[in-house]
Design a binder for this molecule. Structure first.
Ligand code: SAH
Ligand code: SF4
Ligand code: F3S
Length: 481
């Protein structure tokens, strides 16, 4: 007998994903839970593995919040769980390969636990070819949902759980912002706060605008309410999230922008405010001014450059030239006292010449970043760059990548050396992973600091004198340790 699950069968479409015309709807209804799903998770457990960016981590906390609302408890072991979800990332091929490997490895769980619901969500689920591949070759996957319908998890889970059907529901073009969904935060000191979703930049190599849809900003009042609430609950730090936070408010026509948002969030009085990611193109002088003047806005900026060569930047669709980037970079270094700056760089963009790569290398040496995330270009199906010819061999890309990593490490170490002897304020998160006698936390500049101190410092912001610098971390001693 065939079951009717057509209502929960909706596949992604690349064509729909590029549409930017739809009106943005703010849905404040919160979660819709069918009556037979209330408490369905009693005595049961869930497990979520998150791949990808902070936006995905924030989504996983909402997914966890929904599952806990249904009565499920968190499990740290995948073997103990009754619902297993992989919240995936599509930004590079190796991220996808890891997920397919994991889907294969988890097949055995279904054998010992046939009632287990195994689901795939996140950015990979937004891609047509991925969903086709799952449907064809991975029968162990019961549930596929995307980034636009997390709010419908109770309904989708119901079909997978109670009707034992394969459920696929992915929308490509839903310009909705969901407010008031439950959130189970994974850290009690630091919280993610989405300020906007989606991306309209369409850099030619990037899949994000297709997987996350149109740029849409939350209302300032909703963001401020969330930050106030976090402060009242004792959180010390918020990170404002968006693929391009500088574009905040552009879609709203409310007369406010990212600079005004930062000012208001600062006034809430939470101890630390961070934000990612800033696209260099929309960075205004006013933003620089606000960041430099508000003490609780941390002096750390992630400013992706991607390439140091104008022609490559043009083909990437980045909308700035190296000299413009450098001007902004220097003005941040000048005006935001003691700030640290990190970046993202792609090597091996199609047909990147030796000379173009050398321009990137030169930029890294010239700018002296505190750190950089470096990637080898990975063609993403459906993006303009994936159709460009590429005459650079994998071997050559790896060679360039290694040269770049060396340059970044050198610059990071040099920057860190400058902190020795200085006192930094560190938000203490707990004991260091490697050494149980050492405390660990991040400084205002986003430096990971390992130091000798007392247990009661955990959860507090303390002053640490830096004694040693390593490439990616600093070591020191608490001032009143
Ligand atoms: N919105 C952010 C970036 C999100 S993706 C921004 O614009 O800065 C994070 C990083 O992944 C990008 O900055 C880029 O360096 C890298 N990336 C994105 N697509 C990629 C691809 N196709 N191949 C390799 N790296 C990629
Ligand atoms: Fe991707 Fe560019 Fe958007 Fe960043 S700004 S998410 S790199 S398209
Ligand atoms: Fe990856 Fe999606 Fe984030 S593609 S980087 S998880 S927006």
């Amino acid at each position: 007998m065939s079951k009717d699950y057509s209502k929960y069968f909706h596949k992604p479409s690349l064509k729909e994903a590029v549409d930017r015309k739809k009106e943005i709807i703010i849905n404040k209804d919160g979660l819709d839970v069918p009556s037979d799903m209330v408490n369905v998770g009693k005595d049961k457990k869930y497990f979520i593995r998150t791949y990808g960016c902070q936006g995905n981590e924030a989504d996983s906390e909402v997914i966890a919040g929904i599952l806990e609302f249904l009565g499920y408890k968190k499990s740290n072991e995948v073997e103990d769980a009754d619902v297993v979800l992989l919240n995936t990332c599509a930004v590079r091929e190796n991220a996808e390969e890891k997920v397919f490997g994991e889907i294969g490895a988890l097949k055995k769980l279904k054998v010992v636990k046939p009632d287990l619901v195994f689901g795939i969500c996140g950015c990979m689920a937004q891609q047509e070819h991925v969903v086709e591949k799952i449907l064809k070759s991975y029968p162990q996957v019961d549930l596929v949902f995307g980034t636009h319908n997390i709010n419908r998890l109770p309904l989708l889970l119901k079909d997978a759980l109670l009707n034992k059907e394969r459920v696929v529901e992915v929308f490509s073009n839903k310009s909705v912002i969901y407010e008031n969904l439950p959130v189970a935060r994974s850290n009690n000191l630091k919280a993610w706060v989405n300020i906007m979703y989606g991306c309209d930049k369409f850099c030619t190599y990037c899949i994000v605008p297709y997987t996350r849809g149109k740029e849409r900003s939350r209302l300032m009042e909703d963001i401020l309410k969330e930050v106030r609430d976090l402060k009242d609950k004792g959180f010390k730090e918020v990170t404002l999230l968006g693929q391009n936070v500088n574009a905040y408010g552009n879609d709203l026509n409310k007369g406010y922008d990212f600079a005004s948002l930062l000012k208001e969030v600062s006034k809430v009085g939470i101890e630390r405010i961070r934000f990612v990611t800033s696209h260099p193109w929309n960075f205004t002088d006013e933003m620089v001014d606000v960041i430099s003047k508000c003490d609780n806005i941390m002096p750390y900026i992630h400013l992706p450059i991607q390439s140091g060569d104008d022609e490559v930047l043009r083909r990437m669709g980045r909308r700035y030239k190296y000299e413009e980037y450098k001007k902004l970079y220097n003005s941040l270094r000048d005006k935001v006292k003691g700030c640290s700056i990190s970046t993202d760089i792609i090597v091996g963009f199609p047909n990147e010449t030796e000379e173009q790569f050398n321009n990137t290398l030169r930029a890294v040496k010239e700018l002296e970043y505190d750190s950089a995330y470096t990637f080898i270009y990975s063609p993403r199906e459906g993006t303009p760059a994936s159709k460009m010819e590429d005459n650079v061999s994998e071997e050559e890309k790896k060679r360039r990548f290694n040269l770049l990593v060396d340059a970044v490490s050198e610059s990071a170490k040099k920057r860190n050396d400058g902190y020795v002897g200085r006192v930094l304020k560190v938000l203490v998160e707990g004991y260091s992973k490697k050494n149980k006698n050492i405390l660990s936390g991040y400084s205002e500049e986003n430096k990971l600091v390992n130091f000798k101190g007392k247990e009661e410092m955990i959860g507090k912001i303390v002053e640490v004198k830096i004694t040693t610098s390593k490439t990616w971390t600093l070591e020191g001693e608490a001032i009143d340790g």
